[in-house]
Design a protein around this ligand. Structure first.
Ligand SMILES: Cc1cc2nc3c(=O)[nH]c(=O)nc-3n(C[C@H](O)[C@H](O)[C@H](O)COP(=O)(O)O)c2cc1C
Ligand code: SF4
Length: 456
């Protein structure tokens, strides 16, 4: 579809962000059109064949049944990395589950998706729910878990209902429940409604919330693999991580790895937003140049130039245009450039953007979303916002730059969960790359008000 067609489709529907046909080698969006989400449609796209394959059930793709160890080895070989933020190797995480633990073990899907800029998991659940369900069943088989939950963001009721409907279809077809496809494997999967707080996406905050408590993160260790839901061994993965699994089982780990680049297997869905012509979700192989992704999204708004990009959701440090244009979109390249691929939410900023105002907006978000358990985060996020706010409102002091860095220093690495780091890192990056903009605003304010000089 060309850019004009995509634009008129956006204008006609007002909502569609992923049916633009501008993906590259899609594995998750392949064949989707917005209406073909039902079980019969998914089966027509080779759906549940990977599950049949591992269970040795009739109708599966070629090959003998696979043992749980073989499934984990295949996922390790694929170099699939968690799509929720940290990019942790999925096969390795699965191998941490103590499979011989005699009591209940749990599998949890993180569909909380609260990271500003990220809007991929809701589309996945809405338009391809069975791929997530199949991925979860395969994961449950690999780790010997018999009960699972999908914790779905609290404000997307339609998506929650869609997922419930898909679960019903899967149960009725014998893909979920007891004795799946005539095997001895049982797996009960439930949808759980989230509570609409960003912190409920942090894995241990999510577990607390799932248990019916306040979504406040737990101190780690112990990690969820040994002490998770209700204190039992638990594995948590992101929605997109699970959705990648059926393709890996059908095509093999090396094929998935070959789609991406070493240590970064497969495709990734990027939610491209901000100052681009065609904002939306784009699925492309890991390792695709940023310049190509930007081109798919229609480029920077007409008449404007690229100023900066937040490459992985609001927690990821901002990068200036010249650095970003030299990056490929994968975990290692973005980390080397000084940021994070995170959830893959690519926030594009053009030359009209004021970095002080942008940081003020980000800092307000983290202050608002801090759960308040740790003093550095509870107090520090408020400090960050207040200092940036006073710079922005024309009352900044020259010493504010050092003060911001010092407050960020006192938050980063000193909190129970990574929300503290997520609040501190954008501040440090904004100052590192755009310090003159902050200083100019402070200077302008001082010159504009000579009668009431601000003390340094
Ligand atoms: C404040 C905070 C919010 C998070 N929100 C999400 C989220 O909405 N979805 C998600 O998958 N991971 C989120 N994460 C990361 C999870 O803690 C966890 O690492 C992830 O779900 C693991 O899945 P993965 O290995 O498949 O990436 C968040 C982390 C933090 C610190
Ligand atoms: S870092 Fe912030 S959000 Fe995380 S536990 Fe501490 S106070 Fe709560």
């Amino acid at each position: 579809m060309n850019a004009n067609q995509v634009l008129s489709q956006f204008q006609a529907t007002g909502v569609q962000t992923c049916f633009h046909g501008r993906h590259i080698n899609p594995q998750i969006y392949a064949g989707l059109n917005g209406t073909n989400w039902r079980l019969k449609d998914y089966e027509a796209r080779q759906g549940y064949q990977a599950l049949r394959r591992i269970l040795g059930a009739a109708g599966g793709s070629e090959g003998a049944a696979m043992t749980p160890d073989q499934v984990i080895a295949t996922v390790k070989e694929s170099a699939l990395r968690g799509r929720g933020g940290a990019g942790f190797p999925t096969g390795l995480k699965w191998s941490f589950m103590p499979r011989q633990f005699p009591g209940q073990k749990y599998l949890v899907c993180n569909s909380d998706e609260g990271e500003p800029g990220t809007c991929k998991d809701r589309d996945l659940l809405q338009f391809n729910p069975h791929q997530v369900i199949e991925g979860m069943i395969i994961a449950a088989y690999a780790m010997g878990t018999t009960v699972g939950y999908n914790y779905i963001h609290g404000e997307i009721f339609q998506t929650y209902e869609r997922f419930e409907e898909a679960l019903e279809e899967a149960r009725a077809a014998g893909y979920l429940g007891d004795g799946i496809l005539g095997s001895g494997f049982n797996f009960q999967l439930h949808a759980a409604h989230g509570f609409g707080a960003y912190i409920c996406g942090e894995e241990t905050g999510l577990l607390e919330s799932l248990e019916g408590k306040k979504g406040q993160p737990r101190f780690k260790p112990p990690f969820p693999a040994s002490y998770g839901l209700y204190g039992k061994p638990t594995t948590i993965n992101n929605t997109e991580t699970f959705a990648a699994v059926p393709w890996i089982i059908r095509n093999g780990g090396p094929a998935f790895l070959a789609v991406g680049k070493p240590n970064n297997g497969g495709t990734k869905i990027y939610s491209v937003s901000g100052d681009v012509e065609l904002p939306g979700n784009y699925e492309v192989p890991l390792g695709t140049p940023f310049a190509k992704l930007l081109e798919l999204a229609g480029g920077v708004r007409k008449g404007r130039t690229l100023k900066a990009v937040i490459p992985g959701g609001s927690s990821a440090p901002v990068l200036p245009a010249d650095i970003m244009m030299g990056c490929t979109m994968d975990y290692d390249s973005i980390a080397k450039a000084g940021s994070m691929l995170g959830s893959g939410a690519v926030i594009v900023m053009d030359d009209t953007r004021c970095m002080v105002e942008s940081l003020k907006r980000l800092s307000y978000f983290y202050m608002h979303e801090s759960c308040g358990q740790c003093t550095p985060c509870r107090e520090g996020t408020g400090w960050l916002w207040r200092v940036v706010d006073r710079i922005h409102s024309g009352h900044g002091k020259p010493s504010d730059m050092d003060l911001l860095n010092s407050v960020a220093d006192n938050i980063q690495g000193r909190t129970i969960c990574a929300l503290g780091d997520a609040a501190a890192m954008p501040v440090r990056a904004m100052i590192k790359h755009f310090r003159p903009e902050f200083e100019a605003m402070i200077d302008k304010a001082r010159k504009a008000a000579p009668a009431t000089p601000v003390q340094a």
